[in-house]
Design a protein around this ligand. Structure first.
Ligand SMILES: [Ca+2]
Length: 318
C-alpha cells in the first residue's frame, strides 16, 4: 500500500531534520586543548615552547688574545699552537728578528762563519775595524759562497716560517757585511773611502709568501716573487735595506721593502744567495713607524744592531 503524504508533511519533516542537524553542529565544542611540545633539540639549540621550534643559542663573543705562535679557534675559544713555525725566531709586540742559521733548510753554498774559524770576519782584532764596531751577534753569521762577486741566479734558498704579532706595516732589513779587500785611497780601482769594489758582495734574493699587500708603490705581486735585496756594509756590519722591484706603472725602482701583514697570519720568507761573499748576521721585520718613534735612520752602512735599542737584537740561544 502506498501512502501518499501531504506536501505540508514533507515540509515539516524537512524542517525537523534540518533543525536536528543544525542543533548537533551548534552543540559540538572542540576541547580547548594546548598541544604539548615534546621536541628535543640538538646541542647548541634551545626549544622555544611558544613556537615549538629549536633555536640556535646565541654565540658568546670570544675575545681571547693568544700569545705569538698560537692562533685562536673561535669555535672552542681556545688558543692552539701553530705548527711548523721556524724555531728560534724572537717575537716582539711589533717586530720579529732572527739569525739566518736557525733555518731548517740545507745551507748548501751558505757557510756558517764562527769566531776563530775559517773566513770569519774580522780575521783578527786589528783587521781594520773600529773599537765602536759590534761583532756578529753570537759571534756567528752566514756567508754566501756561490755565484760571483756581482751576483747570479737565486741559489741555496733558506726558508723561515713566522706568525705576525700585530696587524701593521713592516719593513724588512738585515744586518749585512761585505767582506771586501781594503785598499789605499788614490790607488787604482780604489774607491768608496778606501774600500775596493764597494758595490760588490752586497745583495741577496728575497721572497715573502702569505696574505699581505705592499706597503708602498711597489706592486704586491713583485713582493711575492724572488727579488734582489741590497745595501752596504763594507768591512763593517751595515744593512741590507732596499728592494729592487717594479712600481705600479711597471718601472723598475729601488725602495724600502714594506709589507702590510696581518696579526695571527703565518708567512713564509725565503732568502737565496745572489752576490758571493754577502754575509748576514740577522734579519728583522719591524713596524715602520718605529723609525719615527725611535728616531732611526736606516740607510747605507747603518749598523742596525747599534741603531736600534738592544732589545731588538735576535735571540742568542738558537
Ligand atoms: Ca749572528
Amino acid at each position: 500500500m502506498r501512502i501518499k503524504l501531504h506536501p505540508f508533511v514533507y515540509l515539516i519533516m524537512f524542517i525537523v531534520l534540518f533543525s536536528c542537524a543544525s542543533n548537533s553542529e551548534d552543540e559540538f565544542v572542540p576541547p580547548s586543548k594546548v598541544e604539548e611540545c615534546d621536541k628535543v633539540c640538538d646541542a647548541g639549540f634551545t626549544l622555544n615552547e611558544e613556537t615549538c621550534e629549536c633555536e640556535e643559542n646565541p654565540v658568546e663573543e670570544c675575545d681571547k688574545v693568544c700569545d705569538a705562535g698560537f692562533t685562536l679557534d673561535k669555535e672552542t675559544c681556545e688558543c692552539e699552537e701553530i705548527p711548523d713555525l721556524t724555531e728560534g725566531i724572537k717575537y716582539g709586540d711589533n717586530y720579529i728578528v732572527f739569525q739566518p742559521e736557525i733555518t731548517k733548510s740545507n745551507l748548501d753554498t751558505w757557510k756558517l762563519r764562527t769566531i776563530g774559524g775559517d773566513g770569519y770576519y774580522p780575521e783578527n782584532v786589528n783587521a781594520n775595524i773600529k773599537d765602536t764596531d759590534l761583532p756578529a751577534i753570537e759571534n756567528s753569521y752566514l756567508e754566501f759562497t756561490g755565484n760571483n762577486l756581482n751576483g747570479g741566479t737565486p741559489t741555496s734558498p733558506l726558508k723561515y716560517t713566522f706568525v705576525c704579532p700585530k696587524t701593521t706595516k713592516y719593513r724588512l732589513v738585515m744586518r749585512m757585511l761585505q767582506p771586501l779587500e781594503s785598499c789605499t785611497i788614490g790607488s787604482s780601482h780604489c774607491a768608496d773611502n778606501g774600500y775596493v769594489k764597494g758595490d760588490k758582495r752586497n745583495d741577496c734574493w728575497v721572497k715573502l709568501e702569505g696574505d699581505f699587500t705592499s706597503g708602498n708603490h711597489i706592486v704586491t705581486e713583485d713582493l711575492k716573487k724572488t727579488k734582489k735585496f741590497w745595501g752596504r756594509g763594507v768591512r763593517k756590519w751595515g744593512s741590507c735595506h732596499m728592494i729592487e722591484a717594479h712600481n705600479k706603472e711597471g718601472k723598475g725602482v729601488n725602495a724600502k721593502a714594506l709589507y702590510n701583514l696581518k696579526e695571527g697570519e703565518v708567512y713564509a720568507f725565503t732568502i737565496a744567495g745572489r752576490a758571493q761573499g754577502c754575509s748576514l748576521d740577522y734579519v728583522m721585520f719591524y713596524e715602520e713607524t718605529l723609525e719615527t718613534s725611535l728616531n732611526l735612520t736606516i740607510e747605507n752602512h747603518t749598523d742596525i744592531a747599534l741603531e736600534f735599542p738592544e732589545v731588538y737584537r735576535p735571540n742568542t740561544n738558537k
